[in-house]
Design a protein around this ligand. Structure first.
Ligand SMILES: Nc1nc2c([nH]c(=O)n2[C@@H]2O[C@H](COP(=O)(O)OP(=O)(O)OP(=O)(O)O)[C@@H](O)[C@H]2O)c(=O)[nH]1
Length: 136
């Protein structure tokens, strides 16, 4: 970790019916109101998968095991005016315990890949979605 770029981890949760979980960011935050994969910033003392476990517990109230987190895609900003560029690491989450709810504001919803295509998302999520759902 350094202050030149921001490492963000996010999880792709797929329900048995084929819908995926998306999180709508609180309006007052950066990218407010946009739909993204749930997650957050990697802290300097963490390895990424540990951040993912922590973030999904804090943000959604669910428990996941590191063994159930499979790296599936990453995307990166090349330039970002006034803020460090984001590098986002996306994991597919094979199993979780609990029912995801938006504990830190915003909203959550389960969507088909077609519905997710139509959601307003941060720029990097258009890339991630294209990669993840190409194999779905
Ligand atoms: N969690 C998540 N963040 C994303 C995605 N795509 C994307 O551009 N981002 C951006 O990455 C940054 C992550 O910051 P965050 O605010 O969610 O992280 P955090 O919960 O640790 O932050 P906080 O401590 O400020 O609440 C935001 O600018 C967010 O918009 C995504 O799919 N998931």
């Amino acid at each position: 970790m350094n202050d030149r770029w921001l490492t963000v981890v996010a999880g792709a949760l797929r329900a048995p019916d084929g819908r995926w979980l998306m999180h709508r960011r609180p309006l007052e935050k950066h990218h407010g109101g946009l739909w993204e994969f749930p997650g957050g910033k990697v802290e300097p003392y963490e390895i990424p998968v540990d951040s993912l476990v922590r973030e999904l517990r804090e943000e959604l109230g669910i428990d996941i095991c590191k063994q159930d987190c499979k790296p599936i895609a990453f995307a990166e900003e090349r330039v970002s005016a006034g803020r460090p560029p984001i590098v986002i690491l996306l994991y597919k989450i094979g199993a979780w315990q609990g029912v995801p709810v938006a504990l830190e504001g915003g909203d959550v919803g389960w969507f088909t890949p077609k519905e997710i295509d139509r959601l307003d998302k941060p720029p990097l999520d258009y890339e991630l979605v294209a990669r993840v759902f190409a194999e779905d």
